[in-house]
Design a protein around this ligand. Structure first.
Ligand code: SF4
Length: 397
């Protein structure tokens, strides 16, 4: 049956898709493509006795190759693409070119999206229409990748390794078939991947670091920090600054300290020449979200852009991550977060618009952010869910 669990904290355990994925790997008629979320690379190591936050990006790629995946892409690539699309959408709203209200809300956390669909459907126009990086990559695997390699998308099986149980629900949403097929066929959590590796005697710690496959394997520091609360916002601000001014963001914007850390609601203001002061907010946990949503309902929201994440500290402590401690302690969360920010600080390319493969995909395929094709494959719409679960309104009571 269909698994529609979306508990973002993993209090309800995941519907395990490992067998389905293993069958696809064994099927010689299938090209099995996998993508890995930003946050898995700072947590998978814990399942193999490494310290919380241990950076295992290259080992994870090697392990997936040993398991038999044909092509290994990085969700970080489409995190960069999300930023291109979302920053463009934001600028259009701020300049009044797009007749949609401010603040713009981020849309990459399916737990948050479902919360908004149940309790705040009146604020749908505030939601960015961007799909999450997982779903963008899924749609591109069965279109762009299939076209580049001359493959029939029908024979592609697309898998996502995610820190998150809600991502299973998201992949199963009926509208996520813009490639003409189900865009993401299966989602495995970080814990499910570790079980699969152990079952096949693959020890992550004994593997050399390997690289992602070309086409959708490159990413920037802006994408890496998606795994921490505040990361999407910070990456979007870097690129929005560049889009508006055509010059690189000042160093303060490469370390937007006020939006980092574990406070429930964080705020910052950024001066961008040409448009003035842009006010942003970041919140994690839906209790904190209500403050911002109620202010928006009353017309009292001073912000231009707000990031929402269900899980405390963002995806690095998602419901599919290793349970080194239950629930993850702040100490573990902060170690994983520090690892993501360290990786960002060390990268040569830190802004999504610098990614050469992103420039290529626009040149060869998508044309420009929010083009007709980009709108079709990378953007989505939302479903008001509150009414169908109201027993009073439905007459069930
Ligand atoms: Fe999933 Fe990340 Fe949202 Fe948590 S914050 S529900 S891990 S997308």
């Amino acid at each position: 049956g269909q698994c529609a669990l979306w508990c973002p904290t993993g209090a309800i355990s995941e519907c395990d898709d490992s067998e389905k994925v293993w069958e696809a790997i064994q099927d010689p008629g299938k090209v099995v493509v996998v993508q890995t979320a930003p946050a898995t690379r700072v947590a998978l190591g814990e399942e193999f006795g490494l310290e919380p936050g241990a950076w295992v990006m290259g080992q994870q790629v090697a392990a997936l190759r040993r398991l038999g995946f044909d092509v290994i892409f990085d969700t970080n690539f489409t995190a960069d693409l999300t930023i291109m699309e979302e920053a463009t959408e934001l600028i259009r709203r701020v300049k009044g070119d797009l007749k949609k209200p401010l603040p713009q809300f981020t849309s990459c956390c399916p737990g948050w999206i479902k919360f908004c669909e149940y309790f705040y459907p009146d604020l749908f126009l505030n939601l960015s229409t961007c799909k999450s990086p997982q779903q963008m990559l899924g749609a591109l695997v069965k279109t762009y990748f299939a076209k580049e390699k001359g493959l029939n998308p029908k024979n592609i099986f697309s898998v996502a390794i995610m820190p998150c149980t809600a991502k299973k629900f998201e992949a199963n949403r009926s509208e996520m078939k813009d490639s003409g097929y189900r865009d993401v066929d299966s989602v495995l959590t970080t814990r499910e991947l570790s079980r699969l590796l152990k079952k096949h005697n693959i020890d992550l710690t004994k593997l050399p670091a390997e690289n992602y496959d070309p086409l959708m394997g490159k990413s920037t520091g802006g994408a890496v920090i998606f795994g921490a609360t505040g990361g999407v916002m910070e990456a979007a601000v870097r690129t929005a600054y560049f889009f508006i001014t055509q010059s690189p963001p000042p160093s303060g914007l490469l370390q937007l300290t006020p939006v980092r850390g574990l406070a429930g609601v964080k705020e910052a203001a950024v001066e961008i020449p040409g448009v003035g002061r842009i006010r942003v907010a970041v919140c994690h946990g839906m209790g904190n979200a209500r403050e911002i949503l109620e202010a928006t309902r009353k017309g009292n929201a001073p912000w231009h852009f707000v990031e929402f994440m269900c899980c405390p500290g963002g995806c690095q402590s998602g419901g599919g991550q290793p349970r080194t401690a239950v629930p993850p302690s702040d100490e573990i969360r902060l170690k994983r977060i520090a690892s993501l920010y360290n990786a960002d600080a060390k990268m040569v390319m830190r802004e999504s618009h610098e990614n050469p493969d992103i420039l290529t995909i626009y040149q060869k395929f998508l044309e420009h952010p929010m083009s007709e094709l980009a709108e079709r494959l990378l953007h989505t719409e939302y479903i008001s869910r509150g009414k169908c679960f109201s027993p009073l309104k439905s007459g069930a009571v």
